[in-house]
Design a protein around this ligand. Structure first.
Ligand SMILES: C[S@@+](CC[C@H](N)C(=O)[O-])C[C@H]1O[C@@H](n2cnc3c(N)ncnc32)[C@H](O)[C@@H]1O
Length: 210
C-alpha cells in the first residue's frame, strides 16, 4: 500500500475528511462503554481522533509511521489536557505490527481504519492478540469486503489501493486463525463499514503467543 510519506501529506486534510464518519466513531465508543482508566494500544493512531473518547488518566501507546500524524496526535493530547482530560500518552514512530509492548500488557487495542490500510493486516492482528491481557478487548472498525466480491468492487479496489487502502479485505478470513470471541458486530453505511468488539477466548489466549 502507500508509505509514511504519503500519510504525512494526507495529514493536512485527514481530520476534515474523517468528519464524515465522526458519528460512527462516536457510536462505536458508546458501544465500548469505557469507564475506568485503561492501558490502551492504538495501532496506526493517525491524528489521534480516538483520544477524546478514552477515559481520562488512561495510559495510551499510539504507534504510527507518519511523523506528521503523530504531531497532530500530540497537539490533540495537549488540547485535551488543557480541557481537563489528561491522558498518559506515549507516541512512537514506527510500524504498528511491532509495538514493542509486552505480552498481555493492555486492556484495550484499537484497530480503527488500519487493517485495510497496512500491507500486513495478519501480522497486525497477531500483534493485537499478543499484547492483549486475558479478557481484554480489541475494537476493529474498518471497511471490509463481503464474502462474494463483485467485479465492480475489484475495479474500485484498483483505485482505492493507489490512495492507500483496500476494499478486498475480508474480516472473517483475517480472524480465522485466532480464537477470538466476537462480543458485538455492527454493520454501518449499508454494510460498507463494520465494527467488531472482540475478546480473547478463555482457554486459548496463551496458545497464540510466540
Ligand atoms: C486511515 S488512518 C487511521 C488513523 C486512526 N486510526 C483513525 O481511526 O483515525 C491510517 C493511519 O495508519 C498509519 N499506518 C498505516 N500503515 C501503518 C503501519 N503498518 N504501521 C504504522 N502506521 C501505519 C498511517 O500513517 C495513518 O496515520
Amino acid at each position: 500500500m502507500v508509505g509514511a510519506g504519503r500519510w504525512d501529506s494526507y495529514a493536512k486534510f485527514y481530520n476534515l475528511v474523517l468528519k464524515t464518519v465522526a458519528s460512527q466513531r462516536q457510536q462505536l465508543f458508546q458501544r465500548l462503554a469505557l469507564a475506568e482508566p485503561l492501558e490502551v494500544y492504538i495501532a496506526g493512531c493517525g491524528s489521534g481522533l480516538d483520544l477524546p473518547y478514552l477515559p481520562a488518566q488512561s495510559a495510551v501507546l499510539g504507534v504510527d509511521f507518519s511523523a506528521e500524524m503523530l504531531r497532530q496526535s500530540a497537539q490533540l493530547q495537549q488540547q485535551l489536557q488543557a480541557a481537563g482530560h489528561p491522558l498518559a500518552l506515549t507516541l512512537q514512530q514506527g510500524r504498528a505490527e511491532l509495538s514493542g509492548l509486552a505480552d498481555n500488557s493492555v486492556d484495550l487495542v484499537l484497530l480503527h481504519l488500519i487493517l485495510a490500510v497496512t500491507d500486513q493486516p495478519q501480522a497486525l492482528l497477531q500483534e493485537a492478540v499478543r499484547v492483549l491481557k486475558p479478557g481484554g478487548v480489541i475494537s476493529i472498525w474498518d471497511k471490509f469486503a463481503p464474502q462474494q466480491i463483485s467485479g465492480l468492487r475489484r475495479a474500485a479496489d484498483y483505485f482505492s489501493r493507489k490512495l492507500g487502502t483496500t476494499l478486498l479485505l475480508r474480516i472473517d478470513d483475517l480472524l480465522q486463525p485466532h480464537r477470538l470471541v466476537i462480543m458485538q458486530r455492527h454493520s454501518m453505511l449499508c454494510g460498507q463499514m463494520q465494527h467488531l468488539i472482540m475478546t480473547t477466548h478463555p482457554t486459548t489466549h496463551n496458545k497464540e503467543r510466540g
